[in-house]
Design a protein around this ligand. Sequence first.
Ligand SMILES: *Cc1c(COP(=O)(O)O)cnc(C)c1O
Length: 414
Amino acid sequence: MTGEWPDLDTVRSWDASDPLRDRRARFALPQGMIYLDGNSLGALPRATADRIADTVTRQWGRDLISSWNKNGWIDAPARLGARIAPLIGAAADEVIVADSTSVNLFKLLAAACAARPDRGTILTEPGNFPTDLYVANGVAQMMPDRRVRTMAAEEIAAAIDADTAVVLLTHVHYKTGAMLDMAAITAAAHRAGALILWDLSHSAGAVDVDLNGCGVDLAIGCGYKYLNGGPGAPAFLFVARSVQETLSSPLSGWMGHAAPFDFGDDYAPAPGIRRFLCGTPPILAMSALDAGLDTFGETGMAQLVAKSRALGDLLIAGIEARCVRHGFSLVTPRDPAARGSHVSIAHPHAWEICQALIARGVVGDFRAPDVLRLGLTPLYTSFEDVWQAVELLAAVMEEGAWRDPAFAARAAVT
Ligand SMILES: *Cc1c(COP(=O)(O)O)cnc(C)c1O
C-alpha cells in the first residue's frame, strides 16, 4: 500500500488472500452492516450464546456449587489471564482477569503509589481517557501529599523526575488513535526510579504489545473491546513478576488472600498475581470472555498486527483520496508504527455525519467535540468493509445527507 485508492476488485483480491479470512465466520455480524466499532464494543462471537447457556444450565443449574471445583470456576481469573498473556507479551502468571478496567486501575495505581512512599507525583497526559484521569485524582486525594501532574505525551519522558512515583499512560489514545513508544517511555520512567502503568484498553488484541520486552511494571485493559468479551466484560491486569511481591492491593478482599478458605481474621496477600483479586469472580461474564478469547484461536499477534496496519493504510488512503475534500482532517498519525487500530478524522459536523453513516449501515462512533472514529478489528474487518465504508462516507458528503435534521439529535451514549 502506497497511499493509492484501489478499485473494488483489487480490494476483494486482498480479502481472498488474507490469512485471517476464515476468522470472520466466528462472529455473528449482522447482514448488511459494516461494523467499525470493535474498538468500543467487540462483535458477538457465534459461540458465546451457547457458552453462556452451558454455564447457566449445566454448570450452575445442575452442578451448582460443586462447579467452583468441578468446572474450574475458582481458577477462571488466572486461566483467562493466562490466555490474554501471549497477546500482550506477558507470562501466564503475570496476568489475571478481574473487576473492571477502572477498578483495576485504582488497585494498581494505589499499590504503585504505596510502593514509592517518598514520591508524590502521578504523572499522566492531559486528555487521557477520562476514567484514567478521574481515578488518578481519586487515588491522589486518598493518599497524603500526592498529586496528579499532566504533561503532553511528547514531553512526558523528559518530565519524569525524582518525585514521580508512577507514570500512567494509555498506549493507544482512545480519541486520536496515536500509539506511544512503550519501550522508550518505560525506560525513561525506570531511569528516574518511577514505576510505569500502561492502559492497554485500545491495544490488547489489535496492536503489537511486548510488556516484558519493554520491561513494563504494570498494565490494565478491557475485555469488551478487541477481546470480544461482551458488554462490561471483566477486565485484566498485569503485574510483572519482578514487582509482584513488592505491591499489595488496596482492595484487600478475600479472593486475594493467601488462603481464602481458612477464613482467618487477618489478611495475608496471596503470593504472585492472585493477590490482585478482590471478590468472587463473575462466572457468567467470564464464560463470555472465554468465548471471546477463543476467536483468536492459534492466530499469533504478528498476523493480526500486520492486518490491522494494512486496514489502517487502506482507510487512510481512502480518506485522503475521497474525503479530505469534504472538510475532514486526519487526526490519527499516518505512520503505522505510531498508530493503533482505529482511525480518527475530524470534521465540524462529525456527529451528524456519524449518524448519517450509521443510517447507511456503517457503524463508527463519535467522540466530542468533533471526531469520527472508525475501528478496525483484524479478526473480522475485511478490506472490502473499509473500501465500502469510505465510498459510503464520500456519498454521504457528496449528497449532503448528513444535513437531515434527524441526524442532529444527540443520544446518551455516543
Ligand atoms: C474503554 C476504556 C476504559 C474503560 O474502563 P471501564 O472501567 O471498562 O469503563 C478505560 N481506559 C481506556 C483508555 C479505555 O479506552
